[in-house]
Structures are given as structure tokens and as C-alpha cells.
Design a protein around this ligand. Sequence first.
Ligand code: UDP
Length: 238
Amino acid sequence: MVPSYKRIVLKLSGEALAGANGFGIDYDTVVTICKSIKKCVDLGVEVGIVVGGGNFWRGRSSGQMDRTRADHMGMLATVINSLALADALEALGVTVRVQTAITMQAIAEPYIRNRAVRHLEKGRVVIFGCGTGNPFFSTDTTAALRAAEVDADIIFKATMVGGVYDKDPNKYSDAVKYDVLSFSDVLNKKLSVMDMTAASLCRDNRMPILVFSLKDPENIYRAVCGETIGTIVKEVEA
Ligand code: UDP
């Protein structure tokens, strides 16, 4: 099998690691996701991962707290998730490096772009923790930023629904899934692919985004093999 991409950045929401609990980490779920990631690595695909923190904490839902501090807490949540993914991947025999945007030298490497690229070239999975290191940003924006920095071919955004729909498929049974979208569609129609900061960063850097469901974690491997799943957002010829 020849993979369709050489280098990907996989964006996992924190929620994806929580399994049926909806909170915290369900290790069996993490292992299932990591098995699919390992299959991609075994194909020779270079994999960077950005994981969210919503299974523990989201700055924007923090109510009365100071937003900057709440976002610092959110970034720390992403590190917990990064370490869980690293642990499961290592247990499966995958070589992993966690790099954090805020230095935590006792538990992870600092984020250094060139070093991250070197790890990827050597077939190591790199997990980018702490988001961008700045409050008021999201891990979607982190995925857009890191993908551009390491010159990835595509961002895989694994979500809880099967792609991008014209309306919320959880609420409307007649919601229609798009197969292909342009960045202008996403930005003009305010489709919920990623937040607007992340989507415009992808548009400016012509970074395609494949949105698909993680309900079946095998989808990560299917997507790497070029199977038509989910919705692809890319520069569409006029
Ligand atoms: N966060 C941040 N800066 C970043 C990335 C994340 O401050 O560059 C914080 C923010 O509080 C966010 C939380 O980390 O709510 C968790 O990230 P996100 O909400 O993107 O996680 P997800 O919804 O994907 O699980």
C-alpha cells in the first residue's frame, strides 16, 4: 500500500480521548486511536499530532475566571493528553517525542521547529503540546500553525461527526454532508470546520484539511491510504 501523504498533522480533540465517559481519559480509547496511528507510521507516513484539552478544560467555558489564566489551564490539559498519547504509542512500539510550546523540561522537549522536522524525518511521531503557547488561541489554530511550520501535506481533523454538513447532523436528520469545500465556502458560510483563525491560516498557507469521523479510529489509516471519507477543504479551481 502506497500512502497518499508523506507528512500529516493529525488534530485530535480532547473529547476524542474521553470515550463514552465524556470527561478525562479512557485509556482503551486512546490505545484504539494509537493503533490506527501506528499503522500509518508503519506505512512510512510522518505523523505530527496536535491534541486538544476539552476533555478536561476549555478556557472559553471558564465563566468568571480571567481568560488568560483559564487558557493557561487549558494548555496544561493538552499536555496531559499529549502524555497519554505518547504512553500508548510507545507501548505499541512507536517512537514518540512530545514537544511543548511552554517549556516543561522535566517532562517534554521544548517546541523547536527544526528539531520537530528532524524527528519526523526519522519516523518519530511528534506530539505538539500546550497549543500555540498563547492564550486566546485554540488547538485547531495550533494544528494549522504547526502544519504550516513543518510543511505537512495536510491536516487530518478527526471529529465526532462524519465530515462537514450544511447544518448540525446531530440535530437535523436531513443535514447534508459536503464532500469537497473551498476555504471561501468555509469562511463565508461560517461552516464549523475549525474556528475562523485556524481556517484563515489554512487558507493563507493553502493547507488542505480533511475532516472525518473518529467514531471508527481506523478512519485515520483509511484517510492516509487515500480512501474517500469525510470532507476535504482545499483550494478549489474557479
Ligand atoms: N489553548 C490556548 N492556546 C492555544 C491552544 C489551546 O489557550 O494555543 C487553551 C484554551 O483554553 C482551550 C484549551 O487550551 O480551550 C483546550 O484546547 P481546545 O479548546 O482547542 O481543545 P479541544 O476542544 O480540541 O479539545
